[in-house]
Design a binder for this molecule. Structure first.
Ligand SMILES: Cc1cc2nc3c(=O)[nH]c(=O)nc-3n(C[C@H](O)[C@H](O)[C@H](O)COP(=O)(O)OP(=O)(O)OC[C@H]3O[C@@H](n4cnc5c(N)ncnc54)[C@H](O)[C@@H]3O)c2cc1C
Length: 391
């Protein structure tokens, strides 16, 4: 994640947490009966997330493809071919994918060509290739890594359209309007996948749990764009939880619904739709720009993500390291939270826990994709007290 799309916002109040046998649903009877009410009662009990280190399944790390000027989405004519770039989406690639795919498709087909190569099978490659195939174009994806091997498969999986998408002083004057069009178009298309087989996209309750005595806020050294306010009204609103409804052992909590991308199901669905429309996917490692341009198609769409920096000599691409710690799925506890700079999200393909750092500087310029076990231990340790049994 990027930050769960909460306003940087609490923990299950201990007596209301389910603390029974491992994996058991939180007992509904754990919540005390309210003496008398006039309205509908919402059960407050939540199943606890099980964050013991010995349940760790894997750690994945990836570099977000950050460009200070924002994603590169433009066409150029090279060696008689049309080369369309669609990369550099920072921490927003899943969120912005559909809007960018539509624009890349229009650029790719502008000259009337009907044979298109898409390089890359991450979220940008998949969505762009699908949009192209829907027009009846003959589309081939060439990729070194297939969908579940890509960096896209290592994302947190939440709606985060302005996460590390650019720097205030580096984007052009048109950028925020363009970003808003991408975000709104993407939001609309993500809705088509809510309720689809495998639940590729779904709404989940999320909680923001500030510390009772937070330390001073540490501001990022760079002025990252935060544009979510431009979308106000588009996404379900968050609100402060009444104390009686807050199950976490912290004083304040806010909650809302967030759009979650179950990445395994989403990538699989996109790849299947692409093939259904006649698309082909070939494994190919294209070592340099010349190899890309040597592909037989007259139109090539570059969706190589972080790798585009080296492949196309774009020195503005900066890696922003992000590490996800994976625990087994918990179908009985489908929600997410942020507390003490750590996010946890219970997706269908696993519970993902991520240390976010004090601000967006975290991971900036770091291209190491080696798992950091200390970071994992610290992230889990920060959240576990939220689920400690009442004493
Ligand atoms: C920790 C983390 C959490 C994130 N969380 C979120 C989130 O919650 N929500 C959100 O919207 N975004 C999130 N993001 C951002 C998102 O994951 C990226 O923006 C997105 O994955 C970029 O997708 P892509 O298709 O451009 O690149 P990639 O997924 O990197 O795909 C690139 C493709 O190009 C291929 N390729 C590259 N070079 C070559 C070559 N030379 N020859 C052949 N093929 C090549 C690769 O094999 C791959 O198939 C997160 C990122 C990180 C790191």
């Amino acid at each position: 994640m990027d930050r769960l799309s909460a306003p940087d916002t609490p923990l299950l109040r201990r007596r209301q947490l389910l603390t029974g046998a491992a994996g058991a649903m939180v007992a509904a009877c754990a919540a005390p009966q309210a003496p008398s009410r006039n309205g509908f009662a919402t059960p407050a009990a939540l199943s606890p997330l099980r964050l013991d280190e010995n349940r760790l399944v894997r750690i994945t790390v990836c570099s977000r493809p950050f460009r200070p000027a924002g994603p590169r989405l433009e066409a150029e004519a090279v060696d008689g071919k049309v080369l369309v770039h669609n990369y550099g989406h920072g921490g927003s690639g899943w969120s912005l994918s559909w809007g960018c795919a539509a624009e890349a498709t229009a650029l790719a087909l502008a000259d009337g060509h009907r044979r298109v190569a898409v390089v890359g099978a991450g979220v940008m490659g998949l969505t762009t290739a699908l949009r192209l195939a829907e027009t009846g174009a003959e589309v081939t994806i060439y990729a070194r890594e297939f969908p579940m091997e890509t960096r896209s498969a290592r994302a947190t999986g939440v709606w985060s359209p302005s996460s590390r998408v650019g720097l205030v002083d580096a984007v052009g004057p048109e950028f925020t309007g363009r970003w808003e069009r991408w975000a709104r178009a993407s939001w609309a298309t993500h809705q088509h996948y809510v309720g689809a087989i495998g639940d590729p996209v779904e709404y989940q309750p999320q909680f923001y749990l500030p510390e009772d005595s937070p330390g001073p806020r540490v501001h990022a050294s760079r002025d990252f764009l935060h544009l979510d306010r431009q979308l106000s009204g588009l996404t379900p609103a968050w609100s402060e939880m009444p104390a009686a409804a807050n199950p976490f052992p912290v004083k304040r909590a806010s909650s809302g619904l967030t759009l979650v991308f179950n990445v395994a199901a989403y990538a699989q669905t996109l790849a299947a739709e692409f093939r259904l429309r006649g698309g082909r996917m070939l494994r190919r490692d294209l070592p340099d720009r010349a190899a890309v341009l040597a592909l037989g198609e007259p139109v090539i769409v570059n969706c190589t993500g972080y790798a585009a920096g080296a492949l196309f000599g774009d020195r503005t691409v900066v890696p922003v390291r992000g590490q996800i710690n994976w625990l087994p799925p918990q179908p009985e506890a489908r929600y997410g939270l942020i507390h003490r700079q750590v996010a946890a999200l219970s997706r269908r393909d696993g519970v993902v826990v991520q240390y976010l750092g004090p601000n967006d500087d975290w991971g900036f310029g770091d291209d190491s994709e080696i798992p950091d076990h200390d970071e994992m231990s610290e992230a889990l340790a920060r959240l576990r007290p939220l689920f400690a049994p009442d004493t």
